[in-house]
Design a protein around this ligand. Structure first.
Ligand code: ATP
Length: 190
């Protein structure tokens, strides 16, 4: 019997991002019997559940502060509170299982890191190597994975789908069709 494993989010490490002053590591359940597992994060209102989803979007290259529920870049760095001073840097690391090679790079595990400091200097790393945002976006698109689409479904997003214009709705499905990679490359070239 061949055990088939789909690409999935293995773990997330958040440090200095929004409400996460302490370094927090989350480990997600692997697929079992060829099916994806479900991990639920529960907590009272305002405890930071949506900040986890924001961290996932951000590490995948999200550029829109509106989507990240902030106004300016430094809004995503821990601003201080509960007796702690503000932090100088936010860093999020996401580890994806790539044993099905859905991302066409020779790693069974792909580790993506994004960091930013208060001076605005930021960095993307793929498996420890500094990377351009463009290359990260292409890699994610090749795996039909990305921050802007169905990979991360935020609060109220499904409610808004029927109200979107056809072209906004098309954007949502382009990623699933596998054409996003080519759109990103075309935009870069023009
Ligand atoms: P709800 O269930 O109401 O949607 P939630 O658990 O999803 O809530 P979040 O929206 O993720 O909560 O978290 C909101 C909290 O994050 C607020 O307390 C807010 O003060 C805190 N927060 C957001 N940005 C920062 C920041 N830069 N520094 C410190 N705290 C922050």
């Amino acid at each position: 019997m061949i055990a088939y494993c789909y690409m999935y989010l293995k773990s997330l490490e958040i440090h200095g991002f929004k409400s996460f002053a302490e370094k927090v590591g989350l480990t997600f359940l692997p697929p079992t019997a060829g099916r994806h597992s479900l991990t639920a994060i529960v907590g009272p209102n305002g405890s930071g559940k949506s900040n986890v989803a924001d961290a996932i979007r951000w590490v995948m290259g999200e550029q829109s502060m509106k989507t990240l529920r902030g106004k300016k870049g430094e809004d995503i760095i821990f601003a201080g509170g509960e007796g702690r001073g503000k932090m100088g840097e936010a860093r999020v690391t996401m580890t994806l299982d790539n044993s099905d090679q859905r991302m066409p790079i020779p790693y069974d595990e792909v580790v993506i890191t994004r960091s930013i400091d208060r001076l605005g200097s930021s960095e993307y790393l793929i498996c420890g190597n500094p990377t351009r945002l463009f290359d990260l976006q292409v890699l994610l698109a090749q795996a039909q994975f990305g921050h802007g689409s169905y990979s991360v479904i935020g609060q109220g997003m499904i409610d808004r789908l029927p109200l979107q214009t056809p072209s906004e709705r098309k954007d949502f499905f382009d990623e699933a069709c596998g054409i996003k990679e080519f759109q990103i490359k075309r935009n870069q070239a023009s």
